[in-house]
Design a protein around this ligand. Structure first.
Ligand code: GAR
Length: 224
């Protein structure tokens, strides 16, 4: 993993577990021309493996254990304080498995994005890959979107389609989707951080002349 550099929009990455998407963002932020830097990584689970990834990369890594807070709002307020202490401008949710309350979501409106392992608005929530396989769906994928208060909703920035194979298990499909996640999240964050995309009328619009199609097609499908 590369060492972070310090220029570009200051972002916070919020995680709950493994942190593989965090790792892909750390790598992206290490590139010379990347328009974002990670100011802090926050986990609601103190044992999250992603905190070790953050520390190994020399980043500030903070655990805010949600079980220590009686109300969602006080937990959110503690996160907000850490973000303000680090001058955060943009939030990336990367496997952060807590719902944030409306006040927090509104405070960070259009400055908070999330990655989800389905082609939203299909399959919000959990156990996505099991449900996709049970339904016999042939194409799944992943989505990066601006965050709104209801779970896994908000204006869509980028999506990658991933084939569902007849012998897939939830694990094998999750792996294939995860590889796509690691490609699309850095691309989507770049577009948000450098102003290529913005929200207008609850849809994402691209700055004039920008290439819209690149993140939309899965390279995994170009196999003849
Ligand atoms: C990823 O697949 C991410 O899309 C998903 O959790 C996983 C986290 O993995 N997020 C959601 O389901 C949000 N609704 P990671 O910790 O290795 O990045």
């Amino acid at each position: 993993m590369n060492v972070k550099r310090s220029s570009g929009k200051k972002i916070a990455v919020l995680i709950s577990g493994r942190g593989s998407n965090l790792a892909s963002l750390i790598d992206a932020c290490a590139r010379d021309d990347y328009p974002a830097q990670i100011a802090v990584v926050v986990s609601n689970r103190p044992a999250a493996k992603g905190l070790d990834i953050a520390r190994a990369a020399g980043l500030s890594a903070v655990a805010i254990d949600h079980t220590a807070f009686a109300a969602r709002e006080t937990f959110d307020a503690e996160i907000d304080k850490v973000l303000r202490d680090h001058d955060v401008e943009l939030i990336c949710l990367a496997g952060f498995m807590r719902l944030l309350a409306n006040d927090f979501v509104e405070r960070w409106r259009n400055r908070m994005i999330n990655i989800h392992p389905s082609l939203l608005p299909a399959y919000p929530g959990v156990n996505i890959h099991e449900r996709v396989i049970d339904d016999g769906v042939r194409i799944s994928g992943c989505t990066v979107h601006y965050v709104r208060a209801s779970m896994d909703s908000g204006p869509i920035i980028a999506q990658v389609a991933v084939p569902v194979l007849s012998n897939d298990t939830a694990d094998s499909l999750a792996q294939r989707v995860l590889s796509a996640e690691h490609q699309i999240y850095p691309q989507a964050l770049r577009m948000v951080a450098d102003g290529t995309v913005r929200v207008s009328g609850e849809r994402v619009v691209f700055a004039a002349g920008e290439q819209e199609a690149a993140p939309l097609v899965s390279p995994l499908m170009v196999t003849g």
